[in-house]
Each structure stands twice: as C-alpha cells, then as structure tokens.
Design a protein around this ligand. Sequence first.
Ligand code: NAP
Length: 470
Amino acid sequence: MSIATIDPTSGQVLKTFDELTDEQLDAALARAADGFARLRTTGFDERARWMSAAADLLDAERDDVARMMTTEMGKTYASAKAEVTKCAAACRYYARHAESFLADEPADAAAVGAIRAYGRYQPMGPVLAVMPWNFPLWQVIRFAAPALMAGNVGLLKHASNVPQTALYLDELFRRAGFPVGAFQALMIGSSAIDRVLADPRVRAATLTGSEGAGRSIAASAGRHLKKTVLELGGSDPFVVMPSADVQRAAEVATVARCQNNGQSCIAAKRFIVHADVYDAFAEAFVARMAALRVGDPMSEETDVGPLATERGRDEVAEQVRDAVDRGARVLCGGDPPERAGWWYPPTVVADLAPGMRMYAEEVFGPVAGLYRVSSYDEAIALANGTNYGLGSNAWTRDPAEQERFVTDLDAGLVFINGMTTSYPELPFGGVRNSGYGRELSAHGIREFCTLKAVWVGEGVAGPGAGAHSE
Ligand code: NAP
C-alpha cells in the first residue's frame, strides 16, 4: 500500500508521500539511538514538563488536528475533537504518575543477605510502534506518553492512510521540548518492518492492528529476540440478561457498535440476548440503528461517516453478503449506497449460525450480529465462542450474575451495564487472538522497562565466597 491521504467520502487521493530510502531509515535509527542516550539521562521532572507541554499543544491545536483526522480516515469531527482531548489528558496522566509507577520496588533485604535490595525499572531504548488508522492520534499517544515518560524512544510506523497525522506526531514531542530523536515517524511500508526489528538499536515493538499483522510482527520480533506487545482485533460480546434495563442497553448498544463508524477494536460486535428480553431489545436496537444519520463526517448532524478504506468497506459488505447467502436475516441496513466514497449503513443481522464468516470473524464496520440465547451458560458459551478476547459487556442488575460474568467472560476487559471504553487509569489489552501485554495504567508504562534486580551488601556476606550461583 502506498503512503497517501485519500478522502474516504469521495475516494479522491489528496496527498501522497515518498517512503524513506534505506539511507534515510538508517539515519532515523541513528537519531533514535542518540535520542535515547540523551533521554535516559533526563529526570522525571524534566520529561513531565515536556509531556505537559505536548498536552497543551494538543489542546491548543485540537480543532485543526481533529479536522486532519476526519479528512484522513472519515471519523466524525465531533469524535475526532474528543479524541484529541483524551490524548491531552493521557499525556498529563503519565506526566503526573510516571515517577510513582516506576519507583523502586523494595525487596526483603534480610532474606537475601543484603543491606538493601530492590527492583529498579529502567527504559529499554528505541521501541518500534506499528499503529492503525482507526484512532490515529489516541493509539499512538497511548503508547508514546508512557514510553517517553519512562525514558524510552519511540519509532512510529503509522498506517499508510494517515500520513499527515503521523507527521503531526513526529513534530509534536520535539516542539514540546523532547530531544531530537526521542520520537520519530518513519514513512515506511510494512515490508520494511523486519529490517527495523533486525536492527540492534531497536529493542522492542508494539503493534496495534489486525490479527494477521500481529502474527507477522511477532514472528519477525521472535526471530530477532525482541519483546512485543500486541493489541489486536476483537469480536466483543454484548450480553443482555432478563434483569437488565433493556431500553438503556439498546441505547448504549447502538453507540457501542457504531462509535468511530463501527471501526473500533472494542466496539461491541455480537449482541447476545436472553430470550425473555430478545424481542424488546431487538425492536429498540433496530429502531435506533436505523435512525442513525449517515453522512458528511464534518457535519454536526452526522452520527456515522464513511468507512476509512475501500478494502475495509468491501470486506464488511462481503461478510454480510456471506451471512445472507447462508440464511441470515438483515433487520436493517445491509445495502451500501451507490455513490463515491466508502459508505456502509448501520446494519443488524439476525439468525447467524456457525459456518458464516460473521459468526467467527471481526466485522470492522457498523454491522451488528444479533443472537438469541435461553440461559446464562448458553450466553457465556457464545460470548467466549470466537478466537478473540478483547472487550466484553454484560447487562444484568443481579449482583451474583454480575460476579459470574466477571469471572467467566474470557476477555481482557469486562464492562458490566456499560460499554467498553479505554481509560488511562485502567489496564487495557486482550487475551487469546486479541493479543498480549497491557497498555495504559501502571502496567502499560512497565511493559517497555527492564526490571533490574539490585542487591547491595557490605562485601562480607551474601553473594560472593561460598554463595550458591546458577
Ligand atoms: P492492520 O491492517 O493490521 O494495520 C495496522 C498496522 O499494521 C498498520 O501500520 C499496517 O501498515 C501494519 N501492517 C499491516 N499488515 C502488516 C503485516 N503483515 N506486517 C506488519 N505490519 C503490518 O489493521 P488496521 O486495518 O489498520 O486496523 C484495524 C485492526 O486493528 C482491527 O482488527 C482492529 O480490531 C485492530 N485494532 C486493535 C486495537 C486494540 O487495542 N486491540 C485498537 C485498534 C485497532 P500499512 O497501513 O502500511 O498496511
């Protein structure tokens, strides 16, 4: 895929960008190594000042950055503005908390014959971040804010369809005060990733993206013995039980499915409803989905804009077509308009069954699968019945049932009576084919730190003469 901004509302190519030559890439890696040598000597206070300055820039430039994102990938302008604000908040969160998250971890010194013993977190070095287009600012900030606060250096390989957002990020941290090389966007295609991972100056990688890209990066990183964090796809269940507030569940379900034009890894995708409330939920949900306004993402009247790429739109259309060909029923939508751009209407599909692509795959667009179940056990079996395990939602007002869902849902995130959302304060990540490792919270900042064991003695006892060693 070439690196270009293509307007998803029209399919028109607005701007193209050249890929880095081998020499330019090598120079960028050298800058990253130099940037790390400089950044690792700075203190938390200094980095926190720069990170807060980055937050101030994001706030001040919010509207322009949001417009750029909407132009590049079609999210509504209102949601793009909210994304910028959330990024500024995450920068401030890590500016405030990085030092305490990475404080030395005391160990029992007497038990190991030391006068002092502790674990110390230290940055690893340059980290390659391969990122998707769907939240083109947030996905990057959620990696970069903790990474830079820890003293690591970021090398961003952004999705090929959001190059202007990548270049904005390339400059943001330098403008905020971080040293040259502390954060760079590499204008490269995915075929150059193996070369970057092979380079000894690069110490680790994180990918947010599809399962296929995850497998490819993990294989490459494995060959070069580099640590990875993988945030991959999901087909999140949204379970509605008889005790739920069904009308509220239908309202939230609509947002949970169609946020970001249906292109969120943690969007609810499979709606699993108990037979006692199925008809009431289906009626309210379909009415709300059908009433969403599809159109110009810059307009305040619009709920759902175009899909980001032609390939993505075609894939969603094909998944729905496959389900219908095999006997599923479309309750609303399902008919993409004949017009320029990559539009797909909010759609609800019922009577899904094993063998249909939608039953097992992630649908990355505003398409909901509706399932009827007759017991808790059936709901759990279906909820856990894909290879994914990212977010999950359960609606029930029964406290004992809430506890059961928390334990039984095989996912990285469980939201009861609400939709899955990411917060800087909560760990974020999946299980099974949704990936491994955690972002956000204290856990996120530690992923790319080495935990060094430190033992300090007086030189008269403990490790040394006569001590057991491996
Ligand atoms: P994608 O096609 O996997 O692309 C993501 C990034 O990986 C892009 O930078 C892409 O580069 C690169 N890439 C693609 N194929 C690759 C390969 N074989 N080897 C190495 N890199 C490769 O995903 P997307 O379409 O942008 O995003 C949608 C997917 O991301 C969905 O599955 C969604 O659920 C997932 N996602 C997960 C999370 C999470 O936190 N778990 C968050 C957001 C999205 P090019 O653009 O140059 O191809």
